[in-house]
Structure formats: structure tokens, C-alpha cells
Design a protein around this ligand. Structure first.
Ligand code: SF4
Ligand code: FES
Length: 248
């Protein structure tokens, strides 16, 4: 396949970025999207030009690093896949593909297609954990019975990989789907109850401090999420938050 790539190039966070057009030839359907960018970069390096910076780690849909806006959609046209799992067979010969970083005030561009998603780390650090005394007499987690339905919902929430597609898809750049998944995975389990009141308040406070927008129930986040995280988590987080604030 021959393609035309229009890629956002930006030297650093303070530089003014611009779209640059690159023709590319010899793209095969079995290549992943990132492998296609590898081919482009090899060509740029051979020509003595600066390669396009993009983020990746696992290349198998686990780490959430490969966050690209492709033709206006986070992670591109296929559903329930990350950019590294997207294959070039989803495009056709002669296509023009527009590739941009995820756009949100809370995700500043580091370089080219890489954004700083440290805001997600700080939300997680504000309460996305269970503190247990591991200095002895620790209770085996399996000794606490958990309702199967709750265990399944908790596991589903825990599959969020922190990619940020929900933020990029949202017209308000809201991080409610991410934060609610991280709140829900503990709210549904007995082990998460001890710190539940502080957890939801601290995580929501941090989310607001980071400059993410509010949820207006549009649902674009759920549609674009590569892990199928449900909007039900946002409703659960809102209930948890109201209950926590009424306790004071
Ligand atoms: S909720 Fe989905 S889209 Fe948002 S960070 Fe988690 S996995 Fe990515
Ligand atoms: S590189 Fe890890 S999810 Fe894509």
C-alpha cells in the first residue's frame, strides 16, 4: 500500500507544532500501526531527518503507552483495540491518515506524538490502592468471600490500562471514566471498604486539580475505550462520592 501520512510534529512542550506530510510506500496489511511508523522512522533516519517520536512499550494492548489520535479517533478506527493492536489492513491503498497526539490541557505534548500522562499517575497515587499491614498476620485475600457478580465487575474495572483515550474522546477532556474505573475496582470489594471514604474524595479532588473537565454524559469515552470500560463505573463513582461527602 501507498499512503500519505499527515503527522503532528512539535519540538517540545513550548514549541509551536505543525502538521507535516510524509508519503510512505510498501505498507503491508499485516503490519501493526506502530510497525508502519517504525518503517517511516527508518526511512527518515536513513535520509538524515529527525524521526517521529511516539510512545510505546508492550505493543500488546497492556501498558496503555501507545496513545495516538488517528483520523480524529483515539486508537484509530477499530473498536476495543489499542494503537499497537491496530493493523494496517484497516486502511486501504491511497488513504491519507492524520496522526496527532491526544489533545487535552492536562496531557501536555512532550514531543511530536508523545504526551505527558503524569496526571493519571497522580490521580492513582491520590487513592488508587489498598493499604494493608504486611508486617505479619496478613489475612489471605481468598479467606474473604466476594460475590461473583461484584468480583467480575471489579475485575472488568481493573482492566483499565490508563491509556487516556477516554480523555481524548471527550469534548470536555474529562477523566471520569479512568478515575471511576480505578475507584470502582476497590469499591466493589470488601478489601476496598476501609479507605473508601477518603479514596473517592482524594481521587476526585486530584482529578479536578489536574484540570480535566466534567462529565456531561455524552458517552464518547465508553465508545473509544480499548478495554470496554463501562459508563456504569462513573455512576458508581458519583454514588460513592455523594455517600463519602455526606459522611463528611
Ligand atoms: S477508561 Fe479506557 S480509555 Fe480511559 S484510560 Fe482506562 S482503558 Fe484507557
Ligand atoms: S504499546 Fe502497550 S498498549 Fe500499546
Amino acid at each position: 500500500m501507498k499512503l500519505t501520512l499527515k503527522i503532528w510534529r512539535q519540538e517540545n512542550a513550548n514549541a509551536k507544532g505543525k502538521m507535516v506530510t510524509y508519503p510512505i510506500d510498501g505498507v503491508e496489511g499485516d503490519m501493526s500501526f506502530l510497525e508502519m511508523l517504525d518503517v517511516l522512522n527508518e526511512d527518515l533516519i536513513n535520509k538524515g531527518e529527525e524521526p517521529v517520536e511516539f510512545d510505546h512499550d508492550c505493543r500488546e494492548g497492556i501498558c496503555g503507552a501507545c496513545s495516538l489520535q488517528i483520523n480524529g479517533e483515539p486508537h484509530g478506527p477499530d473498536k476495543l483495540v489499542t494503537t499497537c493492536q491496530l493493523h494496517m489492513r484497516s486502511f486501504k491503498d491511497g488513504d491519507t491518515i492524520v496522526i496527532e497526539p491526544f489533545r487535552a490541557k492536562a496531557f501536555p505534548v512532550v514531543k511530536d506524538l508523545i504526551v505527558d500522562r503524569g496526571a493519571f499517575d497522580r490521580i492513582q497515587q491520590a487513592g488508587g490502592y489498598v493499604s494493608v499491614n504486611t508486617s505479619g498476620n496478613t489475612i489471605d485475600a481468598n479467606s474473604i468471600p466476594v460475590n461473583k457478580h461484584d468480583a467480575d465487575d471489579s475485575f472488568a474495572a481493573a482492566t483499565c490500562i490508563g491509556c487516556g483515550a477516554c480523555v481524548a474522546a471527550c469534548k470536555n477532556a474529562s477523566a471520569m471514566l479512568f478515575t471511576s474505573a480505578k475507584v470502582s475496582q476497590y469499591a466493589l470489594l470488601p478489601q476496598g471498604q476501609v479507605e473508601a471514604t477518603e479514596r473517592v474524595q482524594n481521587m476526585v479532588r486530584q482529578m479536578d486539580l489536574e484540570g480535566f473537565g466534567n462529565c456531561s454524559n455524552t458517552g464518547a469515552c465508553e465508545i473509544e475505550c480499548p478495554k470496554g470500560i463501562s459508563l456504569e463505573n462513573i455512576a458508581r463513582m458519583n454514588r460513592e462520592y455523594m455517600s463519602a461527602t455526606s459522611k463528611g
